[in-house]
Design a binder for this molecule. Structure first.
Ligand SMILES: C[S@@+](CC[C@H](N)C(=O)[O-])C[C@H]1O[C@@H](n2cnc3c(N)ncnc32)[C@H](O)[C@@H]1O
Length: 201
């Protein structure tokens, strides 16, 4: 049996991220999280943003861990994970979720570039107009790493999966624009990360 998963990075970044989500999701009702990971972000943001419902999702392999975190809370506004594999269609119509918010952290550098493309195509298909989209993680600017630690991280990522790696912001913004997203803010976050905030047409 697995132990409850824990990410120190989530503990470190959850408050700075919450400060921004509080504003961006102030009138949002239904947030879909892609790649919920341990489930720590969902539990923390669900606690602090009680006006919205937070739908967790990930590959099936992570569901048990997310459920461990949810089992320890009495949060009515955080939903048990659904399977969303970015290589497949999102099961949104089946579950009938009206999604006016999307959150994902540390996923675009993990998945392959073809899946980054599919991610934005799915956003175009599945999110309601005026939805707010928040994407957290490291990005390169003008083809350059923003820090030595990001460069080392990129080498480490590619050592375990050659298709992964820190993405160029310019390429990500092109895909986002094609999906009908307008960049509203690009927040500099601790540890050389960014929080990109988009609004859908
Ligand atoms: C580095 S973890 C980030 C987890 C969490 N969001 C965080 O910030 O700690 C990357 C996440 O992407 C998920 N992931 C990887 N491939 C995926 C795919 N094809 N479809 C959906 N999620 C995927 C992993 O299962 C994992 O939860």
């Amino acid at each position: 049996m697995m132990n409850k998963p824990f990410s120190q990075a989530c503990e470190n970044n959850k408050r700075p991220i919450l400060n921004i989500l509080t504003k961006v999701f102030s009138t949002t009702k239904h947030v879909l999280e892609i790649g919920s990971g341990t489930g720590q972000h969902a539990v923390f943001f669900g606690q602090h943003l009680p006006h919205l419902s937070w739908q967790t999702s990930d590959l099936l392999i992570n569901h048990q861990g997310i459920n461990f975190w949810l089992d320890e809370t009495t949060l009515a506004n955080v939903q048990r994970p659904i399977v969303i594999d970015l290589d497949k269609n999102w099961p949104i119509a089946e579950n009938n979720l009206p999604i006016d918010g999307l959150y994902t952290a540390n996923t675009l550098h993990i998945i392959s570039w073809p899946l980054v493309i599919k991610f934005f195509e799915a956003i175009a298909q599945n999110l309601s107009s005026k939805a707010n989209v928040c994407i957290y993680g490291p990005f390169n600017y003008q083809g350059k790493f923003t820090s030595e630690s990001n460069e080392n991280f990129d080498s480490w990522l590619k050592g375990r999966d050659i298709n992964s790696g820190i993405r160029d912001i310019e390429a990500v913004l092109l895909l986002a624009n094609s999906a009908g997203l307008t960049l509203m803010d690009d927040h500099l976050m601790p540890a050389n990360n960014r929080l990109l905030v988009f609004s859908k047409m």
